[in-house]
Design a protein. Structure first.
Length: 137
């Protein structure tokens, strides 16, 4: 399972949210004086929170920026969810957690065993529900 599929599964199954939500905003003007528009994509969004989801690596440092900006656009609580890949709370998690606290961003950490179990049992959540058959007469 790729990272984007894993994030979508976590968003829907664990957080009860909608993955990959786009939020548009204006910036500057073009040569004709029209607003320039672009968007940001939020990893997961619920009724009250915007989540950026990442691994315990330096590539997740930008999650702080992304979730704070998404919070600004939506008015929702900014949250970072970091997945542990090496069974230790290391330098990257420490930097992200401490900076998140300073910025008022909620920090959540998913231990490696929980991450592995969630990933390994994904097939059960994606199976079709059994059909209830009525007895034959």
């Amino acid at each position: 399972m790729g990272e984007s599929e894993f994030i979508a599964l976590v968003c829907i199954s664990l957080l009860g949210g909608e993955p990959e939500q786009r939020h548009y905003y204006n910036y500057g003007f073009d040569k004709l004086g029209n607003h320039q528009t672009t968007h940001v994509r939020v990893d997961c969004e619920t009724e009250t929170h915007v989540y950026e989801i990442g691994k315990d690596s330096s590539s997740s440092f930008d999650s702080l920026h992304q979730t704070v900006f998404a919070s600004h656009l939506t008015g929702k609580t900014p949250t970072i969810l970091i997945f542990d890949t090496d069974d230790r709370f290391g330098q990257h998690e420490t930097q992200i957690r401490d900076t998140a606290r300073l910025m008022g961003v909620t920090f959540k950490h998913m231990p490696r065993q929980a991450t592995l179990r969630f990933e390994q049992t994904g097939w059960m959540r994606s199976r079709p529900k059994p059909v209830s058959l009525s007895p034959l007469n």
